[in-house]
Design a protein around this ligand. Structure first.
Ligand SMILES: O=P(O)(O)OC[C@H]1O[C@H](O[C@H]2O[C@H](CO)[C@@H](O)[C@H](O)[C@H]2O)[C@H](O)[C@@H](O)[C@@H]1O
Length: 263
């Protein structure tokens, strides 16, 4: 069903394809890394994630090896994701593509993420969550999420509520992610941001690699695979990726192994 929604007509895989992923030449690659469920384990709440103590050092090494083309690409707001990745000064894409951190550190938001509308949507979702104590409302500069991890029976009401908001607020689309529903500006996506970045000087002509875990990562995994890049799915579930790793610690181990290999 999700594959129809995103227009994917290839062969989605649910089998482990390989554990031992080829070690790419990082000096000719652009490495896109998702955060939650990929570099860090999922937690009961967004602010409950535990970052491995050596993650910052690993990202620094990858940044060097890719000659500045290691990109964190997250659904989180950049201001939020960055607090868990202190010491990483490389490129960042946040809000599933609605924000971009420029080289001078400033954060650019997508013009489709109209501030007044985002504010209104956030206020309404906050009020809804206040009357449904098992829901957690996460406000982002470019959208809003209702998390139902604490009480899965609230998935349907959360969906219905955000669905109604998306129908009355043109320009915002409803997406399903892990134990959450989210409204984000229409037309944005990690795949869209990647395509744009890969056309820029310094990135064009390099091989894209993407590690991602969620259904929201599938269009980007599919795009990377179609470019002859390396698309790696972390964890279970149907995927268009050519490779799969069990969990974030396997992902970090693989990335560490790549930094140790000379080409
Ligand atoms: O693109 P990502 O970096 O993977 O971000 C996706 C979403 O991650 C966060 O939510 C998810 O992780 C939480 C912490 O583990 C978990 O509690 C929640 O159930 C997950 O949906 C983040 O809160 C979202 O904003 C991101 O879009």
């Amino acid at each position: 069903m999700y594959y129809e929604m995103i227009g994917f007509h290839g062969e989605a895989q649910d089998e482990p394809l390989t554990d031992e992923i080829e070690c790419p030449d990082l000096s000719k690659a652009t490495l896109f890394l998702d955060l939650d469920g990929t570099l860090v384990d999922l937690a009961p709440t967004p602010d409950g994630i535990q970052v491995a103590p050596d993650l910052g050092e690993l990202l620094g090494l990858l940044y060097e090896r890719t000659e500045g083309r290691t990109v964190i690409i997250s659904g989180r707001a950049i201001e939020d994701a960055a607090q868990y990745l202190q010491g990483f000064g490389g490129p960042m894409i946040g809000g599933h593509g609605a924000q971009e951190r420029l080289v001078d550190g400033t954060i650019k938001r997508h013009e489709l993420a109209d501030e007044t509308t985002v504010q209104r949507l956030g206020d309404m979702a906050d009020s809804f969550a206040a009357t449904h104590p098992g829901l957690l409302c996460e406000r982002k500069p470019t959208g809003v999420v209702l998390h139902f991890r604490k009480d899965e029976s609230l998935a349907a009401p959360a969906y219905a509520f955000l669905r109604a908001l998306s129908e009355t607020h043109r320009g915002f689309d409803l997406h399903h992610s892990k134990m959450a529903y989210e409204l984000r500006p229409a037309g944005i996506g990690k795949d869209v941001s990647m395509r744009k970045m890969m056309q820029q000087d310094g990135f064009a002509g390099t091989r894209p690699i993407f590690f991602g875990d969620d259904v929201t990562d599938e269009p980007a995994l599919q795009w990377v695979a179609a470019q002859g890049g390396i698309a790696v799915k972390i964890g279970e579930g149907e995927t268009a990726a050519q490779a799969r790793l069990e969990d974030p610690s396997s992902a970090r181990r693989t990335l560490r192994r790549w930094t140790q290999k000379e080409h």
